[in-house]
Design a binder for this molecule. Structure first.
Ligand SMILES: [Zn+2]
Length: 120
């Protein structure tokens, strides 16, 4: 399987104040998720392609199981939180040992996002 990789630089998600408020309260995300990037093995992506802070968060989180503290043991997929969202803003890691999901939400107005797709 060949993957096409790119970094997408965004300078602003479409403002959605209601959605932001809901997320800050820790409520569940609206059911409008759209698949953006397919599930792939983190280990199949080149070093440095994914955000370093996601790796650090998993590696250093004492609240999660020890198997989940190894980012390279995860699958990752990306979603858009709304069909009109121009770029992925939800990245989900799935531990391949215990299958637990770890979600990272990108809410920044300016960001560089990793994007991947399977080559046809
Ligand atoms: Zn795990």
């Amino acid at each position: 399987m060949k993957l096409l990789l790119e970094h997408l630089h965004i300078t602003g998600h479409t403002p959605r104040p209601a959605r932001r408020r809901a997320q800050f309260k820790g409520e569940v995300l609206p059911e409008t998720l759209v698949d953006a990037c397919p599930r792939v093995r983190v280990a199949d992506l080149p070093p440095g392609f994914l955000k370093k802070k996601w790796f650090e968060h998993l590696e250093q989180n004492q609240q999660i199981a020890s198997c989940c503290r190894h980012p390279e043991n995860h699958f990752i997929e990306a979603k858009r939180s709304h069909p009109e969202e121009p770029a992925p803003d939800i990245y989900q890691f799935f531990c391949d040992r215990c299958n637990k999901k770890h979600t990272f939400v990108c809410m920044g107005l300016e960001d560089t996002l990793p994007i991947w797709k399977v080559a046809a």
